[in-house]
Structure formats: structure tokens, C-alpha cells
Design a protein around this ligand. Structure first.
Ligand code: NDP
Length: 312
């Protein structure tokens, strides 16, 4: 297998990966970036980004990521297509296999592989992607001012997103498959005491409908029970909040992760337990999951990588 040696390898091309590349590039580290499955990461599936500082009129997600890519390339980042398929972090230089066909030996690695929102698996979720289906209320909620939306899930994320959307929308349905919420008590109270939120316990979504975008959802109450009931609700937006899966699988034997798979770093720093290996962005962030936060952690990771290499 072909082997290539690099100083800094950045895995992932979201805001964390690209910002790390800008900082590492400016530090003359000639970073190599492998973009992963989705060049530009999750934001490329968003239409308008209105909460990234510096864009008073907002900016399209793909456009923002394109700007970040160009900025990283301006400082010498080598951005390539390819997916990290295997990792060996047992000793430096660390070995990352790309597309099962090439090995990169890196003195330092920044893991910025992000997290993937979970979907129900309905064909309609794909059909209406970007047309009323979203997995991020903070990103897209603003477009549903005074409209009716549904949020799926019963955990803290779902409750948080439903509460956030209730501040914007006319009405929010919270669709929960169990007869209870899994969220923390304080989040439950917030949802149950909000007049704008109607919680539909023991409900499953089996489809969406609409002409040019989401206009409603097909629901089933008490699915599989003798009193099972089918009906539709009219909605303008459908938000998934059933959890995220951090893209950390290949690194798990080496770095510490929590029970969901988020990489655990050393407090507020991006250091993992492997010297010279850093984690930035959503793969190490179960809480904030915002582009600007990911970008900030990417900057920190590159600064740490620079320090690590200088001390070596
Ligand atoms: P969770 O895994 O806690 O909850 C997922 C929810 O989605 C559950 O209610 C689950 O239902 C439901 N769900 C999963 N799959 C399906 C499906 N196929 N159909 C319908 N419903 C489904 O994920 P969260 O993202 O909410 O939270 C992740 C972690 O982050 C948690 O530890 C949480 O506490 C934390 N967090 C903390 C916050 C805070 O402190 N402010 C904010 C957000 C998250 P069921 O219960 O039936 O399994």
C-alpha cells in the first residue's frame, strides 16, 4: 500500500477541519485535509446560515464552506477527497488509511469528523430534505416564524429544540414514541408548561406529504396496539431530534469516548489521551453543535498541534 508522510493530518472538512487547516497552514505546517464523505460537512446541507459572525445578511451554507475551503488553501492546505477508513494510533507517526488504499503517516492528527444526525429512515425525509425537513432547529428554525412545526424525539435535544422553536413558531408538536419523555426534568417541565407545545405521546411518524415542501405528516398513535389510530397533522416544518452519531468509530480503540461515542478531550482543550492527536468540532461536542463553536475548537486544535510539533 502507498505510504505518504505528513506533519499534520486533518480529517474532516467542516468548520472545525477547515479552521484547523487555516491555522495550521499559517503556521507553515503544510496540513493535509481529507474531506470525508461530504466536502464541507453538515453545513453544506443547510440553506442560509444567519448565526455565523461576520455575515450581517447571512450566507448560504455551501457558500460559507466554499469560502473556508479557499481561505485554507490560500495558506497552503492540501485539501483532498477521501475517507479515513482505518486508524492506528498506537505510536507516532500515526497511521491513517484512506479509502482502504493508501496510508498517511502523520506526526500529528486533528480529528474533525463531525457527527451525523439520525433520521427515522423514511423515504419522505430524503424527498423533502431542505424543503421542510431539518435536523437543526437553531440553524433553520428562523424560517418557521409564525408557522406550525413538529419535532420528533423525547430527549433533551428534542425538548430544547421544541422550546426554541416555540419562541418562533405559532405551534409546535412534539412527537414522542413512548408514553413519557426521556429528557431531564427541567427540560420536560419547560416543554409541558409551554402553551405553544403539544406533546403527542405514543406517536410515530410514518410519512410526510406536501406539493413543493412539507405540508403535513402521517402519524400513527399507539402503533401495533389494538386501538392503533392513523391520522394526519398539518405542519410546515419537520425537525428530527432523535440523537446524533459522532463519527468516531475508527478512533475508538485509541482515544477515550463517552457512551454515545463523543471523543473525550482534556477539559476545554482539544487534546485526546494520545499525544499529538486532537479532536475538534462536533465529534467531541455533544452539547453545542454549532459551526462557530466547531470553528473555534478547530483553531485550538491547530494551535495545540503546532505546540506539540515544536516541542517534539
Ligand atoms: P437521546 O438519545 O437522549 O434521546 C433520543 C430521543 O429520540 C429519545 O426520546 C428516543 O426515544 C427518540 N428516538 C430515537 N430513535 C427514534 C425513532 N426511530 N423514532 C422516534 N423516536 C426516536 O438524544 P438527545 O440528542 O436528546 O441527547 C443526547 C445527549 O445529549 C443526552 O445525554 C442529553 O442529555 C444530552 N443533551 C443535553 C442537553 C442539555 O443539557 N441542555 C441538550 C441536548 C442534549 P426513546 O426514549 O423511546 O428511546
Amino acid at each position: 500500500m502507498e505510504i505518504e508522510k505528513v506533519k499534520v493530518l486533518i480529517i474532516g472538512s467542516g468548520p472545525a477541519g477547515y479552521t484547523a487547516a487555516i491555522y495550521a497552514g499559517r503556521a507553515n505546517l503544510a496540513p493535509v485535509v481529507y474531506a470525508g464523505y461530504q466536502l464541507g460537512g453538515q453545513l453544506t446541507t443547510t440553506t442560509d446560515v444567519e448565526n455565523f459572525p461576520g455575515y450581517p445578511q447571512g450566507i448560504g451554507g455551501p457558500e460559507l464552506m466554499e469560502d473556508l475551503r479557499k481561505q485554507a488553501e490560500r495558506f497552503g492546505a492540501d485539501i483532498r477527497f477521501g475517507v479515513a477508513t482505518k486508524a492506528d494510533l498506537s505510536e507516532a507517526p500515526y497511521k491513517i488509511t484512506i479509502d482502504d488504499e493508501k496510508v498517511i503517516e502523520a506526526e500529528s492528527i486533528i480529528i474533525a469528523t463531525g457527527a451525523t444526525a439520525k433520521y427515522l429512515g423514511l423515504d419522505d425525509e430524503k424527498k423533502y430534505a431542505g424543503m421542510g425537513v431539518s435536523a437543526c432547529a437553531t440553524c433553520d428554525g428562523f424560517f418557521y416564524r409564525k408557522k406550525v412545526v413538529a419535532v420528533v424525539g423525547g430527549g433533551d435535544t428534542a425538548c430544547e429544540e421544541a422550546s426554541y422553536l416555540a419562541g418562533l413558531a405559532k405551534k409546535v408538536y412534539l412527537i414522542v414514541r413512548k408514553p413519557y419523555l426521556r429528557a431531564s426534568q427541567i427540560m420536560q417541565d419547560r416543554v409541558l408548561n409551554n402553551e405553544k407545545i403539544e406533546v403527542l405521546f405514543e406517536h410515530n411518524t410514518v410519512g410526510l406529504f406536501g406539493e413543493d415542501g412539507v405540508e403535513g405528516a402521517h402519524l400513527v398513535k399507539r402503533m401495533g396496539e389494538p386501538d392503533e389510530e392513523h391520522y394526519d397533522i398539518a405542519i410546515d416544518g419537520f425537525f428530527l431530534a432523535i440523537g446524533h452519531k459522532p463519527n468516531s468509530d475508527i478512533f475508538k480503540p485509541w482515544v477515550e469516548t463517552d457512551e454515545i461515542g463523543y471523543i473525550i478531550t482534556d477539559g476545554a482543550s482539544p487534546r485526546t489521551r494520545v499525544p499529538g492527536v486532537f479532536a475538534a468540532g462536533d465529534v467531541a461536542d455533544p452539547h453545542y453543535r454549532q459551526a462557530i463553536v466547531a470553528a473555534g475548537s478547530g483553531a485550538k486544535a491547530a494551535m495545540e498541534a503546532e505546540k506539540y510539533l515544536a516541542n517534539k
